[in-house]
Write a new protein. Sequence first.
Length: 126
Amino acid sequence: MCLIVKDGEKIRTAARNMLVYKRLVPVGNGRYESPCIGFFYYRGRIYQPVELVIDYNRFVEAGFHAFVSRTEPDLFMIMPSEVIVPLIIPKGSQYVLGQYGEIVSSHIRFPKKGEHCNEVNHVLSK
C-alpha cells in the first residue's frame, strides 16, 4: 500500500495518542489480517517502529497505514468479511497525512478487547 502525501504535509511527531481506523479481516483468537498485504494484527500489541520516508514522488510506502476518520475506510472495502477497527498511534510516533484521509505512522497499537479509546484524541487534518 502506498500513501500519497497531502500537499505541504511533512512528517510530524504525535504530541498525544491518536485514534485512527483500519480495515481488517478477523481470523480468530484476537488476530486480524490486513486485506492488502496479509500482515497480522493482534489485540493488545504495539508494533515495532518503522522509519517513515517521503520519496521524491511524495509517496510513503513503509509504515502502518490507517484512516483518520471512521467513515473513510468504508470507501475502500475490498472483501465482505472486513471490519473497521480502532487503532492507536502512540504519543511520540512519527506520522504523515495523505490526500484521501489516510495516515501512515511509525508505530501503531491495537487496543485490547474492551479497552476504551476515550482518552485518545482524534487526528486533526488540516
